[in-house]
Design a protein around this ligand. Structure first.
Ligand code: NDP
Ligand code: 2IT
Length: 449
């Protein structure tokens, strides 16, 4: 086990987020390898940690003043053992090969857990859509797709949204793909409803995350009713996490963006959430404006010199980190534990550092890893692909029912795998083991390719 980690650290030096994601899975699946010696003989760990293909490309584009800029585009085609590559695109200045490889690696196991036929992939760019005009974003998306189109397809690789890529970007990307290929296919998910999108896809990650939390609480005979919740982020996942928590009788007191966070002791109600949706999705403003509108609330600016994020200092029953990777460190975890937190459910991908996860597990609180808890988004992407193939649209109720069934099944799968391998109640080990076994069995069936 140590050997494989050393090899990866040596070969992919500096890819710290990728190393972090690999180490977590490798540690979880040790009992699986011990029980299945053929997994070692066939070098499945070595194979599963190496992307099938990495595409990197130049993305030149022109701003509204006529200046030319060059960004870097990526697509990581990680694993196609159980279906075509599937996973989002992230546009954010922090994007690196390491971050996209960690996301593609996680995506492979997440997609396996959904029960649908999807392999793992991820892509994106270090382009920052913040502060850009719609025309600048369109020109960037068109340039990005002018290269990506030759690598993707509805049976090959199906991108979707992630940080910085929402309905607007998917529209521009789809338009360019269609023009270049002269084909109207379901090559991207997260499309708008009028031209191939699925009902409930925008809500799916957040709703699914709360459905997963509901299942975890039910295992201790509890519900979300009356629970106070901390949510970070204020984008797609955060907004619909808040919406579902409110619907189920919980109270959300925080939201954030990369500039800072708001604390609303009274709770974010439906009207306030509508304000946040307009602020973030239409006006593309900063969360700070929330306190201008609701004066009883408090805004705290982000401070990178602190050794913790004060958002996680507040008292609450449940925490839903829905912004980005490594946003909860050990100090934050101690603060949450000292405040009596009962549940941490990851809406974002890998938002808790390994040290934070250890603390949650040590204290036996309910902790769900993103690859299980946020799988509702890609699951409904899979349902969007199914609807596109059949050329019909399911109702909201039908998609939401399927989403709930899938989240329940992922929850049970995690518990079953954890119990089978002697770590009952460990959702992290359960998710890693169940996803890994499914992908590895498919790889072995298909020979050394
Ligand atoms: P959005 O772009 O809609 O929102 C991202 C939110 O996180 C924004 O509030 C953003 O603030 C904040 N954020 C982003 N980067 C940072 C950073 N480096 N530091 C602090 N805050 C940051 O993205 P999503 O809501 O789609 O994604 C959120 C998380 O959920 C990501 O981890 C993503 O991988 C994961 N996820 C998304 C799915 C989806 O379907 N969209 C599915 C499964 C997981 P600001 O606006 O200031 O940048
Ligand atoms: O991290 C994720 O699962 C996503 N960003 C959604 C991927 C998808 O293909 O819908």
């Amino acid at each position: 086990m140590k050997d494989i980690l050393d090899v990866i650290r040596g070969r992919d030096a500096g890819e710290i987020e990728f190393h972090q994601a690999v180490q977590e899975v490798v540690e979880s699946v040790k009992p699986v390898l011990d029980r299945n010696p053929e997994f070692r003989q066939t070098a499945v760990l070595e194979r599963i940690t190496e992307p099938e293909r990495v595409i990197m490309f130049r993305v030149p584009w022109m701003d509204d003043q006529g200046n030319v800029w060059v960004n870097r585009g990526f697509r990581i085609e990680m694993n196609s053992a159980i279906g075509p590559y599937k996973g989002g695109l992230r546009f954010h200045p922090s994007v690196t090969l390491s971050i996209l490889k960690f996301l593609a690696f996680e995506q492979t196991f997440k997609n396996a857990l959904t029960t649908l036929s999807m392999g793992g992939g991820k892509g994106g760019s270090d382009f920052d859509p913040k502060g850009k005009s719609d025309n600048e974003v369109m020109r960037f998306c068109q340039s990005f797709m002018a290269e990506l189109f030759r690598h993707i397809g509805p049976n090959t690789d199906i991108p979707a949204g992630d940080i910085g890529v929402g309905a607007r970007e998917i529209g521009f990307l789809f338009g360019m793909y269609k023009k270049l290929r002269n084909e109207f296919t379901g090559v991207l998910t997260g499309k708008s409803l009028g031209w191939g999108g699925s009902l409930v896809r925008p809500e799916a990650t957040g709703y699914g995350c709360v459905y997963f939390a509901q299942e975890m609480l039910a295992s201790r005979s509890e519900t979300l009713e009356g629970k106070t919740c901390l949510v970070s982020g204020s984008g797609n996942v955060a907004q619909y996490t808040v919406e579902k928590i409110i619907e189920l009788g919980g109270k959300v007191v925080t939201l954030s963006d990369s500039s800072g966070y708001i604390y609303d002791e009274e709770g974010i109600d439906k009207g306030k959430l509508d304000f946040v949706k307009r602020l973030k999705n239409v006006r593309r403003g900063r969360i700070q404006e929330y306190v201008d509108k609701y004066s009883e609330t408090v805004y705290t600016e982000a401070d990178s010199t602190l050794d913790h994020n004060p958002l996680w200092d507040h008292w609450a029953h449940c925490a839903f980190p829905c912004a980005t990777q490594n946003e909860i460190n050990e100090n934050d975890a101690y603060h949450l534990i000292n405040q009596g937190i009962k549940l941490v459910c990851e809406g974002a991908n890998m938002p808790c550092t390994p040290g934070a996860v250890d603390i949650f597990q040590d204290k036996k609180i309910l902790y769900a890893p993103g690859k299980a808890a946020n799988a509702g988004g890609v699951a409904v992407s899979g349902l969007e692909m199914a609807q596109n193939s059949m050329r019909l649209n399911w109702t909201r109720q039908e998609v939401d029912d399927r989403l709930q069934v899938i989240m329940k099944s992922i929850h049970q799968t995690c518990l079953d795998a954890a119990a089978e391998y002697g770590v009952p109640g460990d959702y992290l080990a359960g998710a890693n083991i169940a996803g890994f076994v499914k992908v590895v069995n498919a790889m072995l069936d298909q020979g050394l390719v």
